[in-house]
Ligand binder design. Structure first.
Ligand SMILES: [Zn+2]
Length: 192
């Protein structure tokens, strides 16, 4: 990256956070290039002890089964993002209950943080569009163990969602207005 994506100035190298990084020389801009990162989200929806899975219609891993999920857009809050992905990929309306896992990966195409949510089912029967997803349905753990090509990370997420009491993961802070700010989503453990 040679030019500032915000203001177009030529970037200079500047020490920030213990490393030299490409940075915008204009103080009023302040852009620093911290590298390429992305954020993903996935949702576990349980109905009658069975988990919602979708079958990938696009590569990589076309045909693999996984929990619905995808990328969080840079101007999108993470809760509506995962609810959108569940609706788009599986046709199911569900609301976030709690966070049951966070995965960090380093490597191509970007470093990534992926947050796994548990969602409460509101309405809708599983359906797929035949393009992005080529299958969708609820499956029990015993069935999932027998199925070909179920992502290991999805299996882990489903097991945790079935084992952990409902709402016992990190939940969205909504009470204290001094914590929240537009664009913030803070998840934490409720004190017992
Ligand atoms: Zn700039």
């Amino acid at each position: 990256m040679n030019y500032c994506p915000r203001c177009g100035s030529e970037l200079v190298m500047r020490l920030d956070g213990g490393r030299d990084r490409p940075a915008c020389p204009k103080d009023e801009c302040g852009f620093v290039h911290f590298g390429h990162h992305s954020i993903g989200c996935g949702g576990v929806v349980i109905r009658d002890s069975k988990a919602l899975l979708v079958q990938r219609g696009i590569n990589p891993n076309r045909g693999a089964w996984q929990i619905p999920g995808g990328y969080v857009e840079s101007d999108e809050e993470i809760v509506p993002a995962v609810e959108r992905e569940v609706l788009e990929e599986a046709g199911v309306v569900a609301k976030v209950s709690d966070v049951i896992g966070v995965r960090h990966t380093v490597g191509a195409p970007t470093a990534n943080v992926y947050v796994v949510f548990r969602l409460d089912l509101i309405s809708g029967e599983p359906r797929f569009d035949g393009v992005e997803s080529i299958g969708a349905g609820y499956f029990g753990l015993d069935e999932i163990e027998e199925m070909e090509g179920v992502q290991g990370f999805s299996k882990w997420s489903i097991r945790r969602a079935l084992e952990l009491p409902s709402g016992s993961g990190f939940t969205l802070e909504t009470g204290d207005i001094n914590i929240g700010r537009p664009g913030w989503s803070l998840f934490g453990k409720e004190p017992v």
